[in-house]
Ligand binder design. Sequence first.
Ligand code: AMP
Length: 219
Amino acid sequence: MIRIILFGAPGAGKGTYSSELIKKYKVPQISTGDMLRAEVKEGTELGKEAHEFMKHGQLVPDQMVIEMVHKRIQEPDAVNGFILDGFPRTVTQANSLDQMLRQMNIELSGVIKIEISQETILSRLTGRRVCTNCGATFNIATMKPKQEGICDKCGHNLIQRPDDKPETILNRLAIYQKDTEPLIEFYKKKDLLRPVQCEGPYNEALARVFAALEKMAKV
Ligand code: AMP
């Protein structure tokens, strides 16, 4: 049973690692970014509101994501575990998550902190391309699709996320430092933080993430 948070800066690889972990552990990936993008795509009221923040690289209001996660985490497929990707991102969200878990009488297995240099983050974000259909992620420098601009998995077009443009990236990184980094101390105090060095070849970093998870799953 694993109930973890994948924690790291934008571009650290949370989504990419999550998609590997869910295959092995058969638990859902709960990505607030993906959920919000789906709302934007569907043109819902929530999506319209969220888009105003997202396009500038700002965080959406806490209450919006807290309610989304509160509902999602109680769905049947999450009963046996989950991987939270991109949530919590503020101390308010982390406190709400604590409260939700207490009410459900469950505990986090741990928080995997993806450690990576600012330089790597920047090259990952500027090179990232995502599929317009299935959301699969590629990188024009490090994880190229077989055919340029086309998704290997479903054949649809790849695009650059609007919030991966250089001017927005800097804003997102500044917000991460100000609002999200305080969570490192928050989870350290709870003895839940597990830093994993993710610099270097992807497969080796992924193996280290798996190893950290194995230790947690046994506890
Ligand atoms: P991500 O795909 O995780 O990088 O998220 C994309 C965007 O969605 C972020 O830049 C925020 O605007 C918004 N977002 C995703 N998760 C959260 C969250 N937990 N709190 C606030 N905003 C979020």
